[in-house]
Design a protein around this ligand. Structure first.
Ligand SMILES: O=C(O)CCC(=O)C(=O)O
Ligand SMILES: [Mn+2]
Length: 209
């Protein structure tokens, strides 16, 4: 019991095969067809730059939050996501009211270094990240830079059907990214379930991803 408690407090816990091959393929096909994928643009050094992936979001109606300079208001849930949300809530023992979906068309799509540390997520959010499609490498590194010390990254292969649970200090003490891959690969969908709290008046600065 004590061991389980220690293990379950790991900031990054990877569960390969959370969805089996067929469940994952079914969900991928449904989501790819039904989701209103959209491009998102960032202001970088005074220029408008397209994010190197497509995105969409769902959640309890009225729930929303702001990241990367954009408001994301949930329009409700899409049917294929509802069963998955239930399953994740039971498995992890946390409530999720919002899901951010990312679509990486191929090896050139990516997400830069960041932490999901928006104030609406709280200081120690629990984030459930489900991967479908091509395996991509997820990198984790400490947030703190120590002069003269190289920041080593840990590599986690996010396979089709895997679940990565981020919790505890994962967003305060670490950053993560999904770099471009040198190996050509097909599409990958990533679904991150989160719990968004009502927005505070004091909205802190946002990371550009
Ligand atoms: O695609 C991934 O695995 C990473 C997604 C992510 O970090 C995010 O949506 O904040
Ligand atoms: Mn993230």
């Amino acid at each position: 019991m004590i061991l389980m408690m220690i293990l379950s407090a790991e900031p990054f816990e990877l569960i390969p095969g959370f969805l089996n091959q067929d469940e994952g393929e079914g969900l991928l096909a449904e989501l790819d067809a039904q989701v209103a994928w959209r491009d998102e643009y960032l202001q970088m050094f005074g220029r408008r730059v397209r994010s190197p992936r497509r995105v969409c979001w769902y959640g309890d109606e009225g729930v929303g939050y702001r990241y990367s300079g954009h408001d994301h208001q949930a329009p409700g849930w899409l049917a294929p996501l509802e069963g998955l949300r239930e399953r994740l809530q039971t498995q992890i023992g946390a409530d999720f009211n919002f899901a951010l979906l990312n679509r990486y068309a191929n090896h050139s799509d990516s997400m830069g270094w960041h932490a999901d540390n928006e104030p609406e997520l709280g200081p120690e959010p629990v984030i459930a990240s489900v991967s479908l499609g091509a395996t991509r490498t997820f990198l984790v590194r400490p947030t703190q830079k120590i002069p003269g010390v190289r920041r080593n990254s840990t590599r986690l292969p996010l396979e089709h059907g895997s679940l990565l649970v981020m919790r505890g200090v994962s967003q305060r003490q670490y950053q993560h990214s999904l770099p471009k891959s040198s190996q050509p690969c097909g599409k990958r969908l990533n679904l991150t379930f989160r719990h968004v709290r009502p927005a505070s008046a004091d909205v802190a600065s946002r990371l550009i991803r």
